[in-house]
Design a protein around this ligand. Structure first.
Ligand code: THU
Length: 132
């Protein structure tokens, strides 16, 4: 899939960010991704009074992916409350990797990058298959 509507993805991420439940950090996040069947999935962060239990926007996005029938993520954008692009945190890069299409692209603070660039030498499902 070469024609990625980055602006449309960003709009979906901004719309998701506006749904954020972030009363503790005050830092709203929205994430959106294009799926290999053309769907757009999205999520916002959902915090908790037990701070460590809070969910990143990417967690909700992965839930949306599976609730809508699954598939692989082709392109991804994440924004904060200023609508600025932010990087997915380390844990969320791992979450995204699990569901990534080959060569998945991310809009990052340093331009368009592949999932392999933002999570080099990732541990993934294939590593589990190698030891039986
Ligand atoms: N956050 C995300 O939702 N995704 C990220 O990749 C980075 C951080 C959220 C978690 C927390 O609710 C808030 O941003 C401040 O860390």
């Amino acid at each position: 899939m070469t024609n990625i509507d980055w602006q449309g993805l960003r709009q979906a991420a901004v719309a998701a960010m506006r749904r954020a439940y972030a009363p503790y950090s005050g830092y709203a996040v929205g994430a959106a991704a294009l799926v290999d069947d053309g769907r757009i999935v999205a999520g916002c962060n959902v915090e908790n009074a037990s701070y460590g239990v809070g969910l990143c926007a990417e967690c909700a996005l992965v839930g949306d992916l599976h609730m809508g029938g699954g598939g692989k993520l082709v392109a991804f954008v994440c924004v904060n409350g200023d609508e600025s692009t932010i990087m997915p945190c380390g844990r969320c890069r791992q979450l995204l990797f699990e569901h990534s299409a080959q060569g998945m692209l991310l809009e990052t603070v340093s331009g368009i990058r592949t999932i392999d660039q933002v999570l080099p030498d990732a541990f993934g499902p294939r590593d589990l298959e190698e030891v039986q």
